[in-house]
Design a protein around this ligand. Sequence first.
Ligand code: UGA
Length: 431
Amino acid sequence: MKITVIGTGYVGLVSGVCFAELGNEVVCVDKIKAKIDSLNRGEVPIYEPGIEELIEKNTKEGRLSFSDNLTEPVENSEIIIIAVGTPPLPNGEADLQYVDQVARDIALAMNGYKIVMTKSTVPVGTNERIKGIISELTAHPFDVVSVPEFLREGSAIKDTLNPDRIIIGSDSPKAQEQITRLHQPLTDNIIITDIRSAEMIKYASNAFLATKISFINEIANICEKVGADVTKVAVGMGYDKRIGSSFLQAGIGYGGSCFPKDTGALIQIAGNVNYEFKLLKAVVDVNTDQRFNVIAKLKESLGDLKDRTIGIWGLAFKPNTDDIRDAPAIDIVEALVAAGARIRVYDPIAMPNFKRVVQHASIEWCDEPYEVATGCDAVCLLTEWDEFKNVDLIQAEALMKQPILIDGRNVFSKEQIEKTNFSYYSVGRPS
Ligand code: UGA
């Protein structure tokens, strides 16, 4: 099939590349010319394992190309995918200006029947709004279909090529049939719904996963007080198929560009129809508090943090990404700066992005984990990169002023710690 994907962020680029890999002819469009120029040079604007190779292969084989103008690609395509950003407005609501603009641009470029497939995460009712915008500007026939995206950063290609399910929200049998055919090579679990339910499935799924994380984090906080081990509790709970074992890793809370944004947006969506989503509000509050437990543990072990040297292992909101959007590390480093601490930080790839957001004279940027540890009163592990999991703790301890380790992701085992002199604080496990 011939497909145009509009927006070359995570969702757009990964979807475009994967649809090309399945044998479709795909043009990825972005209005930012510099982005298209660099993609044409083979430079990929996002960090995602495996994507560069797939881009190279599919461009070489002629199935994938890039353009900063959507007119010709839209004219030549049967399916147009909207994958532009829906960033949060100050009140948490999704900002739909980019979606609206793209809908207008598509309408003006149409030359016959098209299926407009929305992959951007959009509030319930948005696909109908897109339909309204397009039909005001063109007499050509079209259908709008909602196909929410469930990929995770860091495993985006794998998630897209092996999805748990594909949701197709549609009110047109013709579009349903074609979009089902497009996704058939990926999975047998194709679920057809009405458009509004498809839009809600995306928010409800992210909100539920965020709820699981905040739930296990609160259980962890209680475990610390009653002497239980949250990792064992999570394993025991996870064997119940109704609960499932995933997303029960206690830590310093969720971050990233999706859960914080989508939980905020769903609270707003509910608020707009006079429904207070009390449970989700609590999930968000718990998540914010969880980050600051790292600071509380540092104060418990060191007292006043003024002039203390604190090391930070990991800044990205999770491993295998350079994304620091809403990363717990931002709040934690800022709190340390405010407390008058000196901070030594290192992340395998997220440092350039972090530097753009947090800059302070008391932050020392290091090149590797042992350099961070040198002269520190305490080290905090905030992202569970393999590089940190493989640190020689005895070597790190020898470089520190005092051996205090705050493990925000429960990376190290009791056996590993017992070989050291570390005062060790993890999340929800006996210290
Ligand atoms: C999330 C969803 O998992 C995807 O299904 C969805 O498509 C995506 O949002 C989106 O809406 O676009 P992502 O934000 O890339 O994907 O990352 P996750 O792997 O879900 O992790 C999110 C955060 O939760 C991370 O900060 C991670 O450290 C934290 N987390 C995750 C935990 O603290 N504990 C867990 O058990 C799992």
